[in-house]
Structures are given as structure tokens and as C-alpha cells.
Write a protein that binds this ligand. Sequence first.
Ligand code: FPP
Ligand code: MG
Ligand code: MG
Length: 377
Amino acid sequence: EKSHNRIIDPAKLVGDDLKEIKANISKLLGSGHPFLNTVAKHYFSGEGKHVRPLLVLLIAQATSIADKKNTLSNVDYRSIDTPISHGLENITSHDVFDKKIHYTPSVTDQGCIILPTQRRLAEISEMIHTASLLHDDVIDASMTRRNLPSANASFGNKMAVLGGDFLLARASLALARLRNAECIELMATCIANLVEGEFMQLKNTKEEGGKVKKISTFDHYMDKTYMKTGSLIAQSCKASAVLGGSTGEVADIAYDFGKNLGLAFQLVDDMLDFTVTAAELGKPAGADLKLGLATAPVLFAWEEYPELESLIKRKFSKKGDEERARDLVYQSDGLKKTLNLAEIHCKYATDALIRLPASDARSALIQITEKLLTRRS
Ligand code: FPP
Ligand code: MG
Ligand code: MG
């Protein structure tokens, strides 16, 4: 198809809506405690990729010209931007949003629409993601993120945890104000999934019929990957379609796209941990083996080098394990196979997208999917 080949700058297509994300999140994070604000806002001062907001906004556009339900939910957009109160009289309220921008849908020259609720969902998705990063860096004892000292390195573990909690709380408030029960359900599911994914990564076990079974299989790794990365992207994309009044079929397309893109994204992330420097990543490289984690490159290498089994089982804890495992990953086809699997999921993601009507937004999403495979950071 023609639109398939059109080169489009995805960020330009959603233009101002994407540029406003940081400033709007900042307004959602006002509180009577300047230091808490500083911690919660810490990761927004670095250069985030804003993958999730970008996807939410593009899905909004791409699904806006697809099949619609007869009844578009009648949202009072003013509910989105009510000033946030702390329940304490003596704390002054925060900046009120620019009404001109916030109550008006934006429309592209192809007639693709982004609603104010979908804009806010883009912000909510980034807030949930950032909350998970604040907690993740505590769990991983990671000292850098986005080329800056991590929140835990800057303010300590306790503050970083509270900052993440606060972000999550304000994301939940903003979500409730979208006045859409299905959307709340989707996003609540992915918050639980983030925790489950992190849990699965820490406890390489699965409960079956009351018994705890030790597993270290690829299935477990892929389930975990869906939980920690796929779910948030999938539900955010689906929720965007739902807010736009899409039919169930279109919402499912958005979900399938997001899920497979998310899986591919994490597979590439796990590959880059072996292939790219910390300077390029803006966060520590080679971290997974140090954390005792066997990701796709190691699991594939294990098929070629059975000796990896004992190293994986003891989480690379013996002296020399980490170096040995790293060498075997490089000697094996583990990295190549990881990229191949990411390619397969990118293909599934594109297969979902082409079921939507052609638009610049759809082309931009296809382009993001293809570029994912060659990203370096
Ligand atoms: C990054 O993974 C971390 C995640 C994708 C999710 C972490 C989830 C939690 C800590 C559960 C708590 C969740 C909430 C919503 C508060 P990584 O460590 O592999 O990546 P990195 O290299 O970027 O650190
Ligand atoms: Mg981490
Ligand atoms: Mg982690």
C-alpha cells in the first residue's frame, strides 16, 4: 500500500500534544511538599523517549477514522482538569490547565482526531511507567537513568519509593477523572501486571495447585516480559481506542499491536544490555547478569551450551559466573535469536496495524515498529 511507504515523523504528527506532556504531568504532580514534587518529577528532567505517550496519541489518531460505536461516551472534559485538592485548607491549589488547549480535540488534515481524554491518557501512561522506574531503580540498586543520577542515588531509597507512590496516586486520580470505567479497568490491570512482572523476575517460581514449582523456561520469561513491559503498552493503546469510542474489534487491534510492540521492545532491551555501552544507554549496561537475571540471550545460549544451566540456577553468583555466561552468550547465536524473535513480534504488531484504515498515523506506527529493531538506546 502507498501509505505504507510514506515517510512520516511520528513526533511531528502528534506535534504540540506530545510537547505538552512534560508540562502537563508537572501540573498533575503539584503538592504542598516541594521536596516530594522534586523527587516525583526527577525523571522528567532527563531526556525520556516518551514511547508510551507517543503510541497513545498515534493510536488515538489511527483509530479515530476506524469503526465507531454508535454512542460516543459523553464526557464533560472539564472534569479532567479540575484543580487537585489535598483536603487541607491551608495548602494553596495548583496551576490550572490552559483550557483553550485542554478542552479542544486536535484534528489532522486527514481528519484524525485526538480527544482531550486521550491526551490525558498519554500522560497517565507515562506517569505509571515513570513510577515503575522509580521503584525499579531501588530494587535494582541502579545509580543512573536517562544519563542522570537515579532518584534513589539522588534522594535515597525511601524518598524514591514515596515519589513513585505519589506518581501512581496522581495517575490514578487523573484516570478516575476520565470518567470511563473500562479505561480505569485496563490501566488498573496493567499496574498489577507491572508488579507481577517484577515479582516473577525476582522469584523465578510459579505456584501450581498450591505447590511452588521451580521454573526457568522461555515461557516464564515471555510471560514475565508481557507483565513488565507488554501489558502497559497494550492496555494504554487499547484504552486510547476505547476513549475514542472505537468498537471492540478496533480496541482489540490496538491491544494486539501494543502487546507485540511491547514484547519486541523488551527483547531488544534485553539484547542491548549485552551489546551497547552505558554511555549510549544512559543507564548501566551489562546489568542483567549482575542482577542474576537470565534474559532471552542467555536462555537461547543455554540451548547451545548446556553448562549454562547451573550458572543460571545459581543466578551467576559464583566468582567468574558472570564473565563465563557473558562469553557464552557472545559465542552463541543468543543475541541473533533474540533479535529474530523481536522481529517476529514486530511483524505481529504490523499485522495488527494494517487491519486499521490507512492514515499517516498508521504509517507512523508502522515506522516506529520497524525502527525499534535498530534502536541503540
Ligand atoms: C524496568 O526493567 C522496570 C520495569 C519495566 C517494571 C518495574 C516494575 C516494578 C518495580 C513494580 C512496581 C510498579 C509500579 C507501577 C510502582 P529493567 O530493570 O529491566 O530495565 P532498566 O534497565 O531500564 O532498569
Ligand atoms: Mg532496572
Ligand atoms: Mg529491573
